[in-house]
Structures are given as C-alpha cells and as structure tokens.
Design a protein. Sequence first.
Lengths: 201, 221
Amino acid sequence: MQFYQIGLAAALVCVTISFWALMRERDDVHKLLLVDLIEIIGLVIIALVATDLAEALILPGLVVGISELIALAEIYIRKERRFVRTHKPIQIEVMKTAPPIISFILVVYGIILSGFSGGAVAGLGVVFYFMCIGHSERFELLETLSGYAWAFWIIAFFIFMILPQYWFIAVMISGGAILLKVTTKMSLIGTMRENYQEEQS
Amino acid sequence: MSTMFGLPIEGEHLYTLEFGDIVPYFSLYTCSLFIFAAIFIIIAIITKPEKQATIVFGTDGFFEKEINISDLKFQRFMAIACGLATLGAMVSGDIFNYALFTALVGITNIGIVAATDNRHILNAAFHYGIVAMVATVFLFGGAAIALATTGTLSIWALAGKNLVPIAAKIFLVFGVFGEGMAPFYIGKSEMIRAPGAPYVLMIHVSSLLIFLRVVEIVLTV
C-alpha cells in the first residue's frame, strides 16, 4: 500500500505538471500532444492498482484515449484545411530486393512464436513488405481474414468456458487466431503508403 | 438483495440483470433516466432536420443555406450512438463501466458538433474535445482509486457502505464535469442552429443525464 501511495503522489505531480504545460500552450497541435501525455498519466493511475482487473481496465482506457485523439486530429485537419498531398515515395534498390527474404523470415518466426507476440512479429514482416513493394487494394481479404480469426478466438474462449477438458485444442485455436488477427491488423499499417504509380497512371 | 434499495435516492427496486458482481439495475431513479434517454433517441430517429434561413435585414427576403445530406446523416448516427451510450451509463452497475460510457458520450458529442465545415464550430468542437480528453483522466482515475481502496468496482457491492474515499468521488464528479461540458461549447453551433438541430438536442440531454447519474453514484457508494 505504501508503494501505491508514493506512486499515486508521483502520478498526481505529473498530472499537475502537464496541466500547467497545457494551460500555457497556445498552439493547437502541441495542445493535442500534451493532452495525449495527460491520457497516458491517467492510464498510469489505473496501472498503479496492479491487479489483473487493473490490467483489464487499461485496455478500454487506452482505446477511449486513442479514439478521442484520432477524432480530435481529424477535426484539426478539417479545421485548418491541412489535407495531405500525394508525393513520390522513396525508391531505393534495397527496398526492392530485401523485403521478400526479411518478410519471409519474420513471418515464419512469428508463426513459430504464435499468439500475440507472434502476431506482432509476423505483422511487422507484412508491414515491411507492403511498405517497400506497395500493395494492390486487397483490404477485403485482410478484413475477412481478420473477422474469421476473431470468430475463432471467441469460439476458443467458449470451449474454455463450456468444455474445459478440451483446453489444449482451445489454446491452439486461440493462439492461431490471435496470430492471424494481429498480423492482419498490423499489416493495415503497411498499406498506409499510397500507391503512387497507380494514382499517376 | 443488496442494501442499496433502502437508500432514499434509489426508490423502488424494479429489475436487475445479474452478471456475476456487475449488476445493471433499474431502480425507480435509474429507470426514469433510462426512459428519458430512450425518448430522446426516438426523437433523434424520427424528426426531420431543420433548414437554416437568414433574413435579409429590412426586407422580406431570406437566404436558405445548403446543408450536406451526408453531414446530417453522420450527425443523426452520432446522435443515436450518443443516446445509446447514455442508456448504458444510466443503468450500468459498475463504476468503471459508467466511466467508459461517459467517455463514449464525450466522443459522440464531439462527433455531433464536428459534422460541419464551419471553422468556428470546428474550433469549438476541438476545444471541447481537449476538455473531454483531460476529463477522462479524472473519470478513470476516480474509478481506479475506488478500486484500489475497496477492491471492487461494483456499485451493487459498495452501496450504502461508505467505503469509497472522498477523493475518488471528487475525481469522478470532476470527470463528469469535463465530459458534460459540451452544452457550453456548442453555443456557437446553437447560434447557427439549423446545422445540427434536432441532433444538438441529444448533447444537452446526455450531459444532463450523466450529471444526474453521477449524483446518484456518489450518494450511493
């Protein structure tokens, strides 16, 4: 409990400092960044509780914070009329030759790891591939895959709850499904690079 | 049966939905707030948006302003979403769920205000958004402190025991102040009322209702 009180005092000092900064700041973008900083300290206050329940509460808190940040960023863009112009992306030779092998290694290693961390590693490989080589619009495929993976994840959880004696198959299903889900979600980051050639032609 | 329905603010016990220790409950108080929110969702669904007309001074002439249908559709969607989040906040029996629903009300309020191209309104929405984001810290912080001191978040379990520290209650009320601040910021959107009416109504209703509910929570736990 002693640690909790010290931690809480430290977090409140951080909140005070960032509020002071927010009060003095005049530029809108910097305000946005400072608000994000304050959100993180809010998560710290939840994390200080340090139980399983607190861990489960951090995720929705993070989601709410990020969605508000995205909404505000959209409003800022619309308000200041700052729309991004398409520009020619960087093209160097290593971006043509390296992706197949490095992505292959990362994806295979991610599949071996499986689960959440495996999904992150494999997703990194796919992001790298999409960023370097470019992508053609296959979002539907990624979304379908992600949706099925999510359904399998839920099915695995039902097996855990209803038929606990088959826990092993449930672990396998949920590990594979979360791997697919995280991979597809992360690979969407790679598709943020616009297809310059397609748009010019 | 919890001790909660002996408290004067709750009124009679009508219905409870038990999921373990998280119990959404309809007492006379929460049920009347729930019905109030439901009525305004129906209003947002069925009413037709107004058109703005500017009178030319000293004559009988007037201009009609064009409003994008897509913006109006987005506003209607956000108003309904805001109503649903308010419904959730009204009956939730868990402090953290209440905080989450209130944060959701804040996000959807931003959406309702921001669906326009007018720079002044967007500015107002942006500033409200910053206040709402800052307020989530107090909301979640209040819930987290309550969890740390009592070991549970269930209003059902905490009712009438007076275990939640005053600091957590103050944090919670501060958080709701921030999220329910929207009506002050949409003054600008009200001045040119039509781009948003009747959906702007939902902003007022939701902030009023989350204030009323936080009073109930603070007096109960």
